[in-house]
Structure formats: C-alpha cells, structure tokens
Design a protein around this ligand. Structure first.
Ligand code: BG6
Length: 486
C-alpha cells in the first residue's frame, strides 16, 4: 500500500521573515553606509504614480535626496528600529515558538561603500549579537545575503550590478560573513527575488535611470553578474560551512490563462517561462533555450567571460525559496512588454483582492508548489507570504486581525495539500512577522505582522510592540506543527 505523507515534517521550519532595509533603522549608526533604498522617499498614496519599489531614480534624483531637497521622510532609514529593539523582538518570536527567523544582512553595514578592503567591525558585531540572541532560544537564523540593500556607492560610482567589478565586491562580502558566522548560521539565501532586476534594475541591481544607454541591456547584464556571484557564493558557502545549505529566491507569480483560447494559454506559458528563467539558471545550472528568443527580440547581448557558464553549472543551489503573494491572469491580447511586471495581468473574477489590489489565491500556492517541484525536484521553502492590511488598534490596545488569520490559515491548508501531493517543503516564514516598512510603497500602514509596531507613515509613534490576535493563533499553529489551525 502506498503511503501518503499527510503531516508537516517533524523538522519543519516555522518562522517569520524580514529584511534589514525595512527593519533595522539606525541607517547612520555603527559605521553603516547608505544603501540604495535609503534614498527613496515616502510619497503619499494620492501622489504616487507607481510602486516605490519599482521606481528607478536617476543620478540627479539621488543627489537631490542626499542634499535633502526632497524632504526628510525616508522610511527605510528608520525601519522599526530593530537595531535597538532586537532583543525584545526576538524574545517575542521565541514566544511564538519560531524555529527560524529570516533576516538579511545589510551589505553596507559590513562594507559601507562596498569597495573597502576591510569590513566594518561594528557591523559584524551587531549581527553576532542578533544571531546569538536567536540561538539562545533555539531559533535558526535564515540569512539573505542581498535583499535590496546594495551599498549606494556601488550604484552611483560603479553603475551597480551591470559593472562586472561588483561580483568581486560581493564575493568578498560573502566570504567575510560566511567566515564570521560559520558557527551560527546554517541556512543562507543569495539574492532576494532575483527577478526584481527585470522590473526595477535600481532596487534589484543598483542601476540608475540613464546611467547606461540601454537600461534593459544593463539589467540583463547585471543579472548575469548576479547569477555568477550567486554561484560563487554557493561554492564558498559549501567550502567554508560544509554543514550549511544555501538557496536561491524568486518572486513567483503563477500566470493563469484567461480562457482556453490557445492565445491565452500561450501568453500564460510565456509569462511562466519568463518567471521560471531565473530559477532555471540557478537550479539547473544553465540558461534555458526559450530565453534566446527573448534576448534576440529585445536586442539583448549578454557578455560572458570564459568560466562563467562553468561556475553557474557547477554550483547550483541546495534548495529553492520563493515569495508567494498572488497569481495573475494572462491574455493573448497583452503586450510582450507586460512580461517584466509580476503584478501585471488581468483581474481574476474568482479571487478576492487585498486593500492594495493584490489578488488572494491560497489554492494557487498548491499549484505553485507542485509546479516548482515537478520542474526541479529539490526542497522548497516559502520564505514570504502574507497579507498587507490596515490594522485597527482598539481602545483597550487589542488588535483583532481575523482577516490575517483567515489568509494564513487558507494558505497553510494548501501547503498541506501540496505535501500530500508529494512536494518536499522545508519551511514557512510569513513576511513581516513584525510590522515593518513596505518595500513597494514605503508605508508603515501596510502591515503584515503578528506583532504591531506603533509608528505611522511619517515616523511618529512610540515604537512600542504589541501582540495582535494572530500572535496567539500562530503560536498554536507552530506548537501543533500545523495541525491546529482554528
Ligand atoms: C517582497 C519583498 O517583494 O514583498 C519584501 O521581498 C516586501 O521586501 C514584500 O516587503 C511585500 O511587499 P510590500 O510592498 O507590501 O512591502
């Protein structure tokens, strides 16, 4: 009789996810340099034309931000001040029973400009304290090496990732942190949502508007450099920390065909291939054929040096991690240019939508997990998922976020279905386990957390932490290893 796995594995990594640029604050403390997100200002919803996360500033915009000409509201600079609250925050994660805590190391905290010979000891010491605090509670740190935090200097002076020199700077940074934290960190991720490069070359790769003649060419050249850097990081990680595992990270957006019209089905397939391209390279170890046509039609020529293809092939990742927030609907009537934007597509009438227009699709998570596993047969890790919502604090200080509990419950149910389908799933770290600054809109009011942080979009508030209803709910989920979802 064939046995079907029906439960989450015993060693399943329940936890929560964050990133330094949205969390830490203290942008000018402990010798930290500026990162690319430190120069992106808050823009109120009424005036916002596009997501902040997708905007690409020019050299002039950066200079104006640095000169204080566009105000003083740069939310990523203050984050939620985890830098000074990490003990309290990690204690709360421990209370929920976290097995893992996903965070990123801020590259400019370690190499303030990115091109120094020696690392910044104060920055290294900070993460020693953070990891020690996690380990004190038996929480495994899950560390992203690069989560939209490139040193700004590498963007303005070198042209970001499109410059091949950046590979060496990044490799040195990786070697530094692998060596320093080899006893403390056993789960690593290379580039957060590596496909963001195709949507915002600045956030993904520090490539400023107008820096290169052809932005698209620069983005894909930068991406190639990230593939090489990621393979080098993987190699180094395996050599320096033999008992560690390292994964890649994709913003996965399943695209459904709008109808059974073959044109729609082809549009969905093309969008899917474009999304899988990034993990195809990092998991399979080579550029897929289907991208040749895209490169030819978009006049993109990727410059590769001898040895690039070999390192990409030899050092593929141990597991695949991804963010899952939504699915989209693709139609044959769409322009090819819509491909680059993972939120593009049509409205799915069968789904509900969040206050930010993101379509909520728990069943799509099962489909996503199955598609990934069918394609690669390596362990999967959902390192981001969650509902960005407005929360209301009641008179007595309580926060009843049933909508968030419902959202997470439905997604966990589908994770279990995927496990029954035979998918190997390592863990689940919902995004923004503590409220933090939004990547896409710079808002504080777009909240994901189990823990509420008293701060508004303008940085006003006590920064006090308090538990939402979802806090106790998630504690029970973890304690029962995903059995008690009530
Ligand atoms: C992912 C990013 O794209 O989505 C996170 O890796 C981000 O950094 C998350 O915060 C949610 O997006 P947003 O725009 O709601 O913060």
């Amino acid at each position: 009789m064939v046995k079907v796995v029906t439960h989450f594995p015993e060693n399943f990594l329940w936890g929560g996810a964050t990133a330094a640029n949205q969390l830490e604050g203290a942008f000018d403390e402990g010798g930290k340099g500026l990162s690319v997100f430190d120069v992106i200002p808050f823009i109120p919803k009424e005036e916002r034309k596009e997501g902040i996360g997708l905007s690409v500033p020019s050299q002039k915009d950066v200079a104006e931000a640095l000169a204080g000409k566009i105000g003083d509201n740069f939310p990523k600079r203050r984050g939620i001040d985890f830098y000074h609250h990490y003990k309290e925050d990690i204690a709360l994660f421990a209370e929920m029973g976290f097995k893992t805590f996903r965070l990123s190391i801020s590259w400019p905290r370690i190499f303030p400009n990115g091109d120094e010979q020696e690392p910044n000891e104060a920055g290294l010491a900070f993460y020693d304290h953070v990891f020690d605090e996690c380990l004190k509670y038996g929480i495994e740190p899950l560390v992203t090496l690069s989560h939209y935090e490139m040193p700004l200097h590498l963007a303005t002076e070198y042209g970001g990732w499109a410059n091949r020199k950046v590979i060496a700077f990044f490799t040195k940074y990786c070697e530094t942190v692998f060596t320093r934290y080899k006893e403390k960190v056993h789960y690593w991720l290379t580039f957060n949502e590596i496909n963001v490069m195709a949507m915002s070359p600045f956030i993904g790769g520090g490539i400023l508007k107008g820096y290169y003649k052809n932005d698209k060419q620069a983005a894909f050249q930068g991406l190639h450099h990230q593939f090489v850097a990621s393979a080098q990081a993987t190699k180094l990680c395996h050599e320096l920390i033999p008992d560690a595992v390292i994964g890649c990270m994709l913003a996965r957006t399943e695209g459904y065909a709008e109808t059974c019209n073959p044109d729609d089905v082809q549009a969905a397939l093309t969008a899917d291939q474009f999304n899988f391209f990034f993990t195809d390279v990092q998991v399979r170890g080579y550029y897929p054929n289907y991208m040749d046509r895209y490169f030819a039609e978009n006049d993109i020529q990727i410059e590769m040096l001898p040895g690039d293809e070999e390192i990409i092939q030899l050092h593929t990742v141990d597991f695949l991690s991804f963010s899952y927030y939504m699915t989209t609907v693709k139609s044959g009537k769409e322009k090819e240019s819509d491909l680059g934007n993972f939120a593009s597509g049509r409205i799915n009438p069968y789904l509900e939508t969040s206050d930010w227009g993101w379509q909520i699709d728990p069943k799509g998570l099962r489909i996503t997990l199955n598609k990934f596993y069918d394609r690669y047969q390596i362990p999967l890790f959902i390192v981001e998922n969650g509902l960005g919502a407005y929360d209301k604090v009641e008179q007595d200080g309580t926060i009843h976020d049933n909508y968030r509990i419902d959202y997470l419950r439905q997604h966990i149910v589908q994770m279990k279905e995927a496990i029954k389908d035979g998918v190997e799933l390592m863990g689940y770290t919902p995004w923004g386990c503590i409220d933090l600054i939004s990547a896409g809109t710079n808002e504080m009011s777009k909240r994901y957390g189990f823990i509420y942080v008293d701060q508004d979009d303008y940085g006003k508030g006590t920064l006090n932490r308090s538990k939402k209803d979802s806090f106790e709910w998630y504690r029970k989920v973890i304690a029962s290893n995903g059995e008690d979802l009530t």
